[in-house]
Design a protein around this ligand. Structure first.
Ligand SMILES: Nc1ncnc2c1ncn2[C@@H]1O[C@H](COP(=O)(O)OP(=O)(O)O)[C@@H](O)[C@H]1O
Ligand SMILES: [Mg+2]
Length: 497
């Protein structure tokens, strides 16, 4: 076996009382793409900072290209070719692409005057190495997040990187940008550069890496070849918990539809949409961004008005003129951006829960009944196992998954019969994601009718009892989750086989 580019052994690091790393071992081979995975707080960033000289470890060894260290300074790490692309990329927004790329080299060469021609050649060479098509004279502040990241990568190349470490590089990127970044990573690999790719996202680990190391609570609980890893094992190592991955089947009892949609159309969004939804069902609506999936549920929630078609609730035709009218009809909606749209972050969990149930929690004179609010809050914190030390805690202090549960609880505290969720687990940890899935099944089993809109295909497969695929504003096909695959769904969503 070839020597490692980087090997660490028994790395331990504490911050006050928090032991962030507990004897971590791992290594990267030349030219490999290695994923460092773990949930939020598992110690990934701390490990990177140890390797790049930002933190001194309490114990352990670092070996870079055969040289041993007990700790490094940032300068030593850079000298050894360790380049970290942090989440903020540390680019200079008010300088041009060329200046961002050439400045460092010119400074390091200690030339008094920067030669414009030389700078342009250096910058041009760097961007062409990763086939990055960018105007060298554009100011970086005018570039997208994805392009700034590529600038940071080019700069790392110019500083003679021998190992590029990317700390959760996809967190601010769109799906398309992630694809482009992966292509760049592959190009770097083809040039012989090893990459340490840090992520907590399962799909990314499978797509990009050859080997993986998983951290959980500061310990490295698993390492190996990605080819030999399956989803279930990955999730187990990430969370330390075992999850069932059965399909959701509503109870066999035939139930009348609670919601029927007939030939519903909204110009520029979707057309001729018909379906039924019964209590106990979870209808999965999937499709690409722009397929009309979000506009459809927004119409059902009274945010927009259809141009044509009919909506029936319990067989009776209804008009959903406003959000208020939707709520009155027992329809709830959790939009995809829970943080900006769903919650009052500085307010307590209790207030957030009480806010839509105010009518029921008031007495005849309109005064809020404190005990009723407290009872209701306790009930939902318990029912949804919301991890909040106290109901008085502000919502921003909770994890993403628990915030999502507060949004759900708030809806459930109203008398709902139809609950629609858009991207219900976007951006939450795998553990919380499974909790939310289990919760959705439980709610459906209790008789709620649920629609989830999601382009997370494994999620749709795991949760939905029926799947409708949308493309260009139309339903292309209905599928039984137990009789289809991710690739079939993706083929139907994109129209590309
Ligand atoms: N500078 C610091 N001071 C105190 N605690 C820290 C510091 N950096 C990280 N931690 C703690 O160490 C643990 C691991 O954090 P981190 O390495 O950032 O995890 P990850 O990158 O996997 O999300 C967390 O509990 C975090 O709160
Ligand atoms: Mg981190």
């Amino acid at each position: 076996m070839a020597a490692s580019v980087l090997r660490v052994e028994g790395i331990t690091k504490s911050f006050g009382g928090v032991q962030a790393l507990k004897g971590v071992n791992f290594d990267i081979a030349p030219g490999e793409i290695h994923c460092l995975a773990g949930e939020n707080g598992s110690g990934k960033s701390t490990l990177i900072k140890v390797v790049s000289g930002v933190y001194e470890p309490d114990a352990g060894k670092i070996e870079i290209n055969g040289q041993q260290f007990s700790h490094l300074t940032p300068k030593e790490a850079i000298g050894l070719g360790i380049q970290v692309i942090y989440q903020d990329f540390s680019v200079f927004p008010n300088l041009t692409v060329m200046e961002n790329l050439a400045l460092n080299n010119e400074l390091m060469d200690k030339r008094k005057l920067m030669s414009y021609k030389r700078a342009r050649a250096i910058a041009g060479n760097a961007v062409s190495q990763i086939e990055f098509d960018v105007d060298l004279d554009e100011r970086v502040e005018n570039l997208s997040v994805a392009d700034r990241q590529l600038i940071a990568i080019c700069r790392a190349l110019l500083q003679e990187a021998k190992l590029i470490i990317m700390d959760e590089p996809t967190s601010a990127l769109t799906k398309k940008e992630v694809k482009a970044l992966f292509a760049v990573i592959k190009r770097l690999q083809a040039r012989g550069l090893p990459i340490l790719f840090v992520s907590h996202k399962l799909d990314e680990v499978f797509e990009i890496s050859e080997r993986y190391t998983i951290l959980r609570s500061g310990e490295n609980v698993a390492r190996g070849n990605t080819k030999e890893l399956d989803r279930k094992t990955f999730v187990f190592h990430m969370t330390g918990r075992q999850f069932e991955d059965e399909f959701y089947r509503p109870s066999a009892a035939k139930r009348e539809p609670i919601l029927s949609v007939r030939e519903l159309s909204l110009q520029g969004a979707y057309s001729d949409i018909s379906f039924d939804l019964s209590p106990g069902e979870i209808l999965g609506v999937t499709g690409l961004l722009g397929s009309g999936r979000t506009e459809l549920v927004e119409t059902l929630f009274g945010i927009s008005q259809p141009d044509a078609g009919k909506i029936f609730i319990r067989g009776k035709e209804v008009r959903i003129k406003s959000v208020k009218s939707a709520i009155r009809k027992g329809i709830g909606y959790v939009p995809s951006d829970r943080l900006t749209e769903g919650l009052f972050l500085p307010q307590s969990v209790e207030r957030n829960l009480a806010i839509t149930a105010l009518d029921r929690l008031s007495d005849h004179f309109g005064f809020l009944r404190r005990s009723a609010i407290a009872d209701m809050t306790r009930k939902w914190i318990g029912e949804l196992s919301i991890a909040a030390k106290s109901p008085a805690l502000p919502v921003w202090a909770l994890s993403g998954g628990n915030q999502q549960k507060v949004v759900l609880a708030r809806w459930l505290a109203n008398d709902l019969s139809i609950l629609m969720l858009n991207g219900p687990t976007m951006g939450v940890d795998i553990g919380s994601k499974y909790d939310i899935h289990v919760l959705m099944r439980e709610l459906a089993a209790r008789g709620l009718a649920i629609i989830i809109v999601s382009d997370d295909l494994p999620e749709v497969l795991a949760c939905a009892s029926r799947i409708l695929v949308m493309r260009d504003g139309a339903f292309v096909q209905e599928l039984d989750p137990s009789a289809t695959t991710e690739s079939k769904l993706s083929e139907l969503s994109t129209g590309i086989a």
